[in-house]
Design a protein around this ligand. Sequence first.
Ligand code: SF4
Length: 437
Amino acid sequence: MIQLELARSGIASLQVKHVAEKEGVEIDFILQGLINGTIIIPANANHTNLVPCGIGKGLKTKVNANIGTSSDFCDIDAELRKLQATIDFGSDTVMDLSTGGDISAIRRAIVSASTLPVGTVPIYQASIEAIENHGAIVNMTVNEIFDVIEEQAKDGVDFMTVHCGVTQASVTRLKNQSRMTDIVSRGGAFLTGWMLHNEEENPLYQYYDRLLDLAHKYDFVLSLGDGLRPGCLSDATDRAQIEELIIIGELVERAREAGVQAMVEGPGHLPLDQVATNVQLEKSLCHGAPFYVLGPLVTDIGAGYDHITGAIGGGIAAASGADFLCYVTPTEHLSLPDVEDVKQGVIASRIAAHAGDIVKGVKGAWEWDEEMSKARKALDWESQAKLSLDPELSQQVHSKIPTTGATCSMCGKYCALAIVEKYLTRPHLASPLKGEE
Ligand code: SF4
């Protein structure tokens, strides 16, 4: 039996037990979340070295890091180094978005080296193979799409982005309105080109039952992708985006009926005051399915710093109920990330996720901050480093400018914490700042 069916039979799998222990919640809470569809556990049985994680309501907000080759840069060793960085800096999942080189070999290397759940976007491989074999994406056959999905499932991929909501209806909605950046999702663009050229429905929508059969057979999670997500603030929350979301909501229900786990992907680019609205829309239209957002980026002008614009949106999204943040690196819109960019993206997203968890009341989140505050007050630099997201950087920065006392070089001997500690505990002293003047 697969995860969802086990839960419906009241059986706690090893994965469920592991997730419950890691999150500090009851096993029944995870089982009920799986049954309701508000929690997913991406755990393909063929991913043998997987350490499972749960995503959804009542759990710690999770972070995903995208790695993978492009047609301009393809080096398996570089991707494996990026994978290691995602693990080292605390990402919860990783997606292999490779579009260059031997895509199957790269994916297998990543899955076999990854203890994190691995996600993919199979339409990338299907489209690139169609160009290689038939000269154009539009010549891709329906069977070829599903063959790639099955190949990736056999390889142990735990969750797959499938842009099933890009339909003739949603694309017509998009055509009938004006959009600044049309379609920015690669998968959405490939499928739209194929559909318009062939005058056919999206195979991932038309043959959704076939997709459900594969997801059921290999127990991978459907990540219902937002192929029509806004690519700039001007396109945010428009009719095409919401049309796609309504369709996805219906597909979530069909997945649940088929015993398949599903989550929903979201924007993208959103003005700050639309982030919470988008989370509420998804939760309502998709019946509480876990929401996986890309960023979201709250301004379009952050090039080079988009890990920050993404973390601002991610923090608000998480606090509003988003369950899963896809990181954004400083190279977003500009280039393929390297190891350092991956690190920056993971850390920025983890800050956003944690900031959301404090507001959500996730177990241990508030306490973590309290521990850091105590260490700060005590000028305990070792504990502060240990409690930070990047202990090595914390230590390096603290020792950059040598100090004579226990304080840091920011205020030196005028350290507010040290002064107040000295005099607040001895209130009889008349002139608190005398010794420091
Ligand atoms: S020196 Fe200033 S910045 Fe450093 S610990 Fe003391 S109050 Fe904080």
